[in-house]
Design a protein around this ligand. Structure first.
Ligand code: NAI
Length: 402
């Protein structure tokens, strides 16, 4: 078992690296082996057999619960901590507890503060908008704060009553319209949390030759949380990246979330890298995903850039309506794995996967969720789509990408 370690300048990745993965529930069982086969083929092809991945299966979700009585065993969290970078399929919602709690537990355990989601269009994929190729936007969504921090109390609970009393008596707050029947949630937004996210968004923009970082916020209404997010972000940009701003190499600008959501549909090419808070990021991601082919196509990575920890995962759910039919689209997981390869510096393998995806989809070969909408699409199964990607990467095949 070979572990990734963190050095002051980045990650040290052994040539035979161990990567933990969660297969996931539902269609996870179908897309996970296909994804691993595609990644193995890309790594082999890119590094001529000198690098490889040793996949380490770790349990979570329904299977883990059946076998171990826990939806997220401690060993699983420990493996992601120890091996630093991993891959995750979709997990079902355990009855009475949100699946969010599994994802949140993993993110909290590793402090994966940045949810990074690149949205781009692959020619050949159905889109409900006229010019989806104008979308090439990477969203940096803060993952640990905001109303999604999970600090809330239900109506009628002791804590809601205590909080209401504290607001009215200690803080002389009179703006709660119906204090007797209110539930409460808290929206923490910190300077540290903002700065570490925005710093990475800017560094990403510079490393990927992007011209702008847009802060998406509702600071006009929520002055001391979202307004502060914006102010801290501008201060950080000025302080740490001043020469890039003054030379015009990079522009850091801001827009309210409602205006952005409108523009994301009418003028998406005005945006390149987005830095935003947790709740806004949720809405923004779905609006952008819908335009580039939906949940089956959109990848994501949850990353802590200081420790190097990262979990790369599908953005869709377990899709039990199509489970076991070999029709699920494995692209979200495969593109997430390509992000993972980039994160560990195996860029050549990542590029092979993305190029193969571009070419296979351009030929009209895709799973039914995408093929259904294509004029000349060839609908293939989950496994066959993976085989087409692998064939496309093979230089001896007439499909070869090189
Ligand atoms: P879902 O994403 O599972 O399904 C919504 C629709 O999209 C369904 O019609 C499904 O067939 C289709 N779909 C999803 N992924 C697809 C793919 N790869 N290829 C083709 N079609 C695909 O969302 P839903 O129904 O809201 O959630 C089902 C379960 O999944 C719930 O228990 C939910 O909590 C969980 N979930 C887990 C997530 C995760 O672990 N990352 C994310 C979202 C939901």
């Amino acid at each position: 078992m070979s572990k990734i370690t963190k050095t002051p300048t980045g990650l040290r990745v052994p040539d035979a690296v161990t990567i933990p993965f969660i297969t996931g529930d539902g269609i996870g069982k179908e897309i996970s082996p296909v994804c691993r086969a595609v990644v193995d083929a890309a790594v082999k092809q890119a590094f001529k057999g000198n690098r490889s991945i040793e996949w380490l299966e770790v349990e979570a979700g329904q299977e883990a619960f059946k076998k171990r009585g826990s939806y997220l065993p401690d060993e699983t969290v420990a493996a992601f901590k120890e091996y630093r970078v991993g891959l995750k399929g979709p997990l079902n919602t355990p009855a009475g507890r949100g699946v969010r709690s599994l994802n949140v537990a993993l993110r909290q355990a590793l402090d994966l503060y940045a949810c990074v989601r690149p949205f781009r269009y692959f020619y050949g994929v159905y889109s409900p908008v006229k010019y989806p190729e104008r979308i090439d936007i990477t969203v940096f969504r803060e993952n640990t704060e905001d109303v999604y921090a999970g600090i809330e109390w239900p109506f009628g609970s002791d804590n809601a009553a205590k909080f209401s009393k504290f607001l009215t008596e200690e803080l002389q707050e009179t703006k709660v319209r119906f204090p007797e029947t209110a539930a409460f949630g808290v929206k923490p937004v910190s300077k540290e949390g903002t700065e570490r996210l925005v710093r990475q968004a800017i560094q990403y923009a510079l490393a990927h030759h992007r011209r702008s970082v847009t802060l998406v916020h509702n600071g006009n209404i929520m002055k001391y949380t979202e307004g502060a997010f914006c102010n801290w972000a501008y201060e950080l940009a000025e302080r740490e990246f001043g020469p890039y701003l003054s030379s015009g190499r990079l522009v850091v600008t801001g827009i309210t979330c409602d205006a952005f959501l409108q523009n994301a549909i009418s003028n998406p090419d005005e945006y390149s890298v987005i830095a935003t808070l947790n709740l806004n990021g949720d809405y923004i991601s779905d609006v952008l995903a819908a335009q580039v082919g939906g949940v089956g196509m959109a990848p994501s990575g949850n990353i802590n850039y200081e420790t190097g920890h990262g979990i790369f995962e599908v953005t869709h759910g377990v899709a039990s309506d199509i489970e076991g039919k070999n029709v699920a689209n494995p692209s979200s997981l495969i593109l997430s794995a390509a992000m993972m390869l980039e994160h560990i510096g195996w860029n050549d393998a990542a590029k092979l996967i993305v190029t193969a995806m571009e070419r296979v989809l351009r030929q009209g070969i895709s799973t039914s969720d995408v093929a259904e909408s294509q004029k000349h699409g060839k609908c293939v199964g989950t496994k066959e789509f993976g085989d087409a990607l692998i064939a496309m990467m093979n230089p001896s095949s007439h499909f070869g990408t090189r």
